[in-house]
Design a protein around this ligand. Structure first.
Ligand SMILES: [Zn+2]
Length: 92
């Protein structure tokens, strides 16, 4: 059975832009929220999602205008490292 893992994907200021999910073959998908969520403020019970995003794409936070680049190769690297129990810092 495929083991599902996920974690939040945040902008540089900590707003939640979406969720990263891995399928059983460790391929990361970004499930992008339609609007960024400020965790300190009201968290809506239902969040509109734009659906899974693959590949490479810049995503703008609509709370603070910070732009993060979703890059599947970086996410895959981090996922693999975490899955193996290592802690890795990705340098850009
Ligand atoms: Zn932000």
């Amino acid at each position: 059975m495929a083991r599902k893992r996920y974690r939040f994907w945040r902008c540089g200021n900590g707003h939640i832009l979406g969720m990263i999910q891995w399928n059983g073959r460790m391929v990361p998908q970004l499930v992008l929220y339609r609007q960024a969520v400020d965790h300190g403020a009201d968290v809506p019970e239902e969040v509109d999602v734009l659906g899974p995003l693959m590949g490479r794409m810049p995503v703008r936070c609509d709370v603070c205008d910070d732009v993060r680049l979703w890059d599947i190769s970086e996410a895959a690297l981090v996922a693999l490292a975490e899955y193996s129990g290592f802690k890795v810092e990705v340098q850009s």
